[in-house]
Design a binder for this molecule. Sequence first.
Ligand code: ADP
Ligand code: MG
Length: 692
Amino acid sequence: MTQSLDQIPVATLKGVGPKVAEKLAKVGVISIQDVLFHLPMRYQDRSRVTPLASVQVGVEAVIEGEIKGCSVVMGRRRSLVCKIQDRTGLATLRFFHFTASQKNNLTTGDRLRCFGEARRGASGIEFYHPEYQLIDSAYTIDQPEQLTPVYPSTEGMHQAGWRKLVKQALTMLGPQQLREWLPRDIGPIATTSLAEAIRFLHHPPVDADMTLLAAGQHPIQQRLAFEELMAHHLSLLQLRNIAQQQPAPRLNMQGELLPRFLDGLPFALTNAQQKVQNEILTDIASELPMLRLVQGDVGSGKTVIAAIAACAAISSDYQVAIMAPTEILAEQHLHNFSNWFTPLGVKVGWLSGRVKGKKRQDQLKLISSGEAKVIVGTHALFQEEVHFAKLGLAIIDEQHRFGVHQRLALREKGAHLGRYPHQLIMTATPIPRTLAMSAYADLDCSIIDELPPGRTPVNTVVMANNKRDAVIERIRESCRDGRQAYWVCTLIEESDQLQAQAAEDTYAELTKQLNGLAVGLVHGRLKAQEKADIMARFKAHELQLLVATTVIEVGVDVPNASLMIIENPERLGLAQLHQLRGRVGRGSVASHCVLMYQTPLSKQGKERLLAMRQSNDGFYIAEKDLELRGPGEVLGTRQTGLMQFKVADLSRDSSLLEPVKQAAEELVSRHPECIEGVVTRWLPEATRYGHA
Ligand code: ADP
Ligand code: MG
């Protein structure tokens, strides 16, 4: 048998030196097999010439015609314009970058063949920077017999380069070479072998259905998408498997802690909270480590549930760690958990990057001695210097599907006498069902599908910022009626400093315009104590209007605040907007949220704000966000390569997810020996969930 294609390095191909190999490695292409699985993202039909009269705007086409004239035109931008004509009509080729020799070579009367996308230009149908070739009567140009693939690329790699690599790799692909990892009785029956499918997708015949291909709905694409989704799913199941190999401590609710905790709450749990609480308590009473995701809309009361789980750990004499992705979120948890647990005689520890020097040493000691039972913190909790005495439960508040490696690290840290902590993951915002099914396949999922009583839906209006004065007037009225309002300033920059500056400017302006109202300001640059003071004054109604950056996204709870203005909402993701908006609508009066956008607004921007206006349901909004921005953005993993697919598309292929899940489970139980092969074929090492 010949050497298997995943063992042959890509450097054995012609044209691949160390430099190119490095570039290829960046996109996960290491072996010949990886080249074969680097599939086109779309196709061009260069197989036939389109008559000029039939060219359609927005469609790529090969055209051919006689040069009627060529000149440099001075317009808004200087350009070289070349007119060509065939029997059916005329078209204009336009070049904004061109050389003198290029101009000289385009001689009137010569014939030209071009490829490009038609658009509507100043002179009718135009092609900007088309590829072109003079048709010399002595030569004929090869007309391809297949559709031309366009590959996803990386800097420094051209399409021609990819095509050459693929061509070579395909000659090495024998019919038996790609092992079918999925047994025939699992998943849909494949009528095409893997090798044929790969060959087809690199070079579909010209009569292949372009519409299906473009939509990713071709049966051959669907066959591969199924396998790819399987690979992702299986890799998450592997992760789960690793985490469940060692036992966890049994955490039983004992003694008076829980009743006392519940007594202290000013409300009763909702039915949904009770249901989720029971699911968690059942899990952690067992030695099989819990891996559970709790989802719920903003304000559905996830934190209380986390605290109840903590009660079980504490009463079983174990520690609980609560980790949040940002300092502000962590502070908010610290605030809640201290308020709840300190009066019950449970010591709460605190560790973040900002805790330094002697204070840090003290906290580290509290953690390692076991004196602190509840430990709240940021990523600082994984640092080497942190030693837990006896960690029974790790609660992780995630903004995104980021924390796989961190989660594993926290688990390692918690190892105590051969037992590993249970894990409870909470999402800060709802995740679309399809995404949850695939991105969190390693976790059991609980959903808090009910809001506490007494919330009134927020009425959302969308308006342009030329209505600013009217909006400001509305704040005055609302405050005169005894209500309070937020004004949220947004910036795209991550910089705390710029954000703070923007908020300060707005604060100055509003203080002036709303002369007579008590206005406050919070932003991320303030010290924790200053922030807390301002928030306390707002809560006590000493302040009527609070100007803020998105720091108030989390944890602010002032039921009397019933109006929120969000400036430039088009800059934020829908999930973040929804989270912000969740700060109002907490009392019994009708609340309003004004999304005051900067004109002009893009079409997508408009659609996104419309989704906000249409619905207060975080799950609906998350689905919309997925549709409009794609999974990488929604999960925040675009940079990390997680959840990136070669063929599959989570929104488009959502109907495959349920069968994929079933097939994956079957494979695990009946053919575990096939898992590794499928996973490594589709997922480059660097993005494997279970790998560091
Ligand atoms: P999220 O799910 O967004 O994290 P929180 O846990 O912060 O929500 O809860 C939001 C607010 O609702 C908090 O002020 C919390 O005290 C309150 N809350 C939680 N559960 C209930 C309930 N069952 N009844 C009334 N209020 C509740
Ligand atoms: Mg929360």
